[in-house]
Design a protein around this ligand. Structure first.
Ligand code: HEC
Length: 106
C-alpha cells in the first residue's frame, strides 16, 4: 500500500514536470526568450517599450545599468518593484531578460 502511494505520487510529480516543460518553449534566440519573459513579468509596470512608468517604475530606455546591476534588481527587487528570485530562478532566464532589457535602449 505504501509503495503504491509512493508510486502514484512520483508519477504525479513526473507528470507535473512534463506539463511545465511543455508550457515553457524556449527558442534558440536569447532576445526572443527575454522578450517572452519581459512580456509576462515586466510590461505591467515598465510597458512594452520600457518607458510606461507605471507604479513609479524607471524608464528602461534611458537606464544606464550594466548587466550585473540589472540582474541584481530583478533578483532582489527595488522600491515598488518586487523580487523575482522565485519565478526567474535560473542564470539563463536572468541572462536572456537582462539582454532584452538592454535592447530596449535607443
Ligand atoms: C510592480 C511594478 C514593477 C514591475 C512588475 C517590474 N518593475 Fe522594474 N522597476 C519598478 C520600479 C518602481 C523601479 C524603480 C525602483 C527604484 O529605483 O526605486 C524599477 C526599476 C527597474 C530597473 C532599474 C532601472 C534603473 O535604471 O534604475 C530595472 C532594470 C527594472 N526595473 C527591470 C525590470 C524587469 C526586467 C522586470 C520584470 C522581471 C520589472 N522591472 C518588473 C517597478 C516594476
Amino acid at each position: 500500500m505504501v509503495l503504491r502511494v509512493i508510486f502514484i505520487f512520483s508519477f504525479l510529480f513526473l507528470f507535473s514536470c512534463g506539463v511545465e516543460d511543455a508550457e515553457e518553449q524556449w527558442s534558440a534566440s536569447a532576445i526572443e526568450n527575454g522578450e517572452k519573459l519581459y512580456t509576462i513579468h515586466c510590461t505591467r509596470c515598465h510597458g512594452a517599450t520600457g518607458d510606461l512608468g507605471a507604479s513609479g517604475s524607471k524608464n528602461l530606455q534611458i537606464s544606464t545599468l550594466n548587466t550585473d546591476a540589472i540582474q541584481k534588481i530583478i533578483r532582489e527587487g527595488k522600491g515598488a518593484m518586487p523580487s523575482y528570485v522565485k519565478t526567474l530562478n535560473s542564470e539563463e532566464k536572468l541572462s536572456w531578460l537582462s539582454e532584452y532589457v538592454i535592447s530596449l535602449r535607443n
